[in-house]
Design a binder for this molecule. Structure first.
Ligand code: APR
Ligand code: PHB
Length: 391
């Protein structure tokens, strides 16, 4: 098998890259290790920056997003039993975010790809990348019980944090910057209308809680839990009770309960691999970097990476120049580090570390007070939350 761009992974990064390349007249083949059903069911993030929405629309993947996506002009920060709205749109000259589940984006992009794009092979697991430092890189993969080879001009490693692309880089060709956190998120999906019209980020001495949503009828809720927690340790009743405690306010706000349809634990880490390129292998999305979820940046970063990569490949095709491909890693990393900084700040602002001192608790409250009372501090948060520009 031969193609121009071999794409490993059919998460949002790989699927959107295939779509953008198709529109630029560049051939690609997508290899995905899991089956279609698995990719379309996985619960992931759900907050899209304005720029991400614009990209999906321009890629022709905005129809259902425009119908079903929920535009949010603000978020709530909740602490000390009080509610504070951050007016995202008012502080940024009209920028907002859209709530639309990542899994729905994947469904939309898969449907488009199968209807008119290049090959997208499910249950095709890449097992190795070879010749990344030559002009004819190859992906070895297993499909339908046989080992096969995909010969390419370029390879895009869009295979997430646990994929094969990054580990296939020769030792000593990159640097990793990372930190872990001593807590995780227990996430639940519940068939109940969200108890508030906007996302609620709650700081509580028992730990962080987040109220989000998927649709007007489905709530998505998260609780900070100790690292290594098994979701089965928590009964539905215990989850609702703990959410109620952490969201409790002095006014008459109440949390609506409903049937829990899914429960899972998300570990938390910050991770960046530099550079995001080795020869003709380009890393994009979670394959290159991970952010803790409090800033809602993971998906948006993945989208930014593949926009930069698709543009660079199109530039190369049109002009023969490698300039944009050579700039790929540095261009992406500038934005990646802003998202790393913001996600780390949001995480430490809202979570309770097991060894936190009372002094650190007071500092959190002082930071929250500042964010909700100073226009300058609020604007900084709102600009970061609604998205950093691609360049
Ligand atoms: N061969 C083929 N496919 C693979 C392989 C492999 N060896 N290893 C992993 N994959 C696939 C996974 O099954 C998955 O479908 O690569 C895909 C990677 O997708 P994501 O993990 O969704 O990563 P990405 O597309 O970069 O999207 C980033 O996803 O994890 C969330 O929070 C993150 O929202 C962010 C977004
Ligand atoms: C989600 O809805 O899954 C979600 C929302 C906001 C976040 C993280 C996750 O910061």
């Amino acid at each position: 098998m031969r193609t121009t761009v071999g794409i490993i992974g059919a998460g949002p990064a790989g699927l959107l890259l295939a779509r953008l390349l198709h529109r630029a007249g560049i051939e690609s083949v997508v290899l995905e290790s899991r089956d279609r059903d698995h990719v379309e069911r996985r619960q992931r993030a759900g907050v899209l920056e304005q720029g991400t929405v614009d990209v999906l629309r321009a890629a022709g993947a905005g129809a259902r997003l425009d119908r079903e996506g929920l535009r949010h002009d603000g978020i709530e920060l909740r602490f000390d039993r009080r509610r504070h709205r951050v007016d995202l749109a008012g502080l940024t000259g009209g920028r907002s975010v859209t709530v639309y589940a990542q899994t729905e984006i994947c469904k939309d992009l898969i449907a488009l790809q199968l209807a008119g794009g290049g090959p997208l092979l499910f249950e095709a697991e890449a097992v190795g990348v070879e010749g990344a430092d030559t002009t004819s890189p190859r992906v070895r993969f297993r499909h339908q019980g046989r080992e096969k080879v995909l010969e390419c001009d370029y390879i895009a490693g869009c295979d997430g944090f646990w994929g094969v692309s990054r580990p296939s880089l020769p030792a000593g060709t990159g640097h990793v910057f990372e930190r872990s956190y001593p807590y995780a998120w227990l996430g639940v999906l519940a068939d109940v209308p969200p108890s508030h019209g906007e996302l609620v980020y709650a700081r509580h001495r028992r730990g962080f809680a987040l109220l989000s949503m998927r649709t007007p009828a489905v709530s998505r809720l998260y609780l900070q839990v100790p690292e290594g927690t098994d979701a089965r340790q928590w009964s539905d009743e215990e989850i609702w009770r703990e959410l109620e405690l952490r969201f409790e306010t002095d006014d008459d706000w109440t949390l609506r309960r409903g049937p829990v349809t899914q429960k899972s634990v998300t570990p938390m880490r910050s991770f960046v691999h530099e550079p995001m390129r080795y020869g003709r292998l380009f890393l994009a999305g979670d394959a290159a970097h991970i952010v803790p979820p409090a800033g809602a940046k993971g998906l948006n970063l993945a989208v930014g990476d593949v926009v930069v990569l698709a543009r660079a490949l199109a530039h190369r095709r049109q002009t023969g120049s490698d300039a944009l491909l050579d700039a790929y890693s540095a261009t992406c990393l500038r934005r990646v580090w802003q998202a790393e900084r913001f996600s780390h700040d949001m995480t430490t602002l809202l979570h309770r570390a097991p060894d936190a001192t009372p002094f650190e608790g007071r500092l959190q409250l002082a930071r929250l007070d500042r964010l909700t009372s100073s226009r300058a501090a609020g604007t900084d948060l709102a600009e970061a939350y609604t998205g950093f520009p691609l360049e």
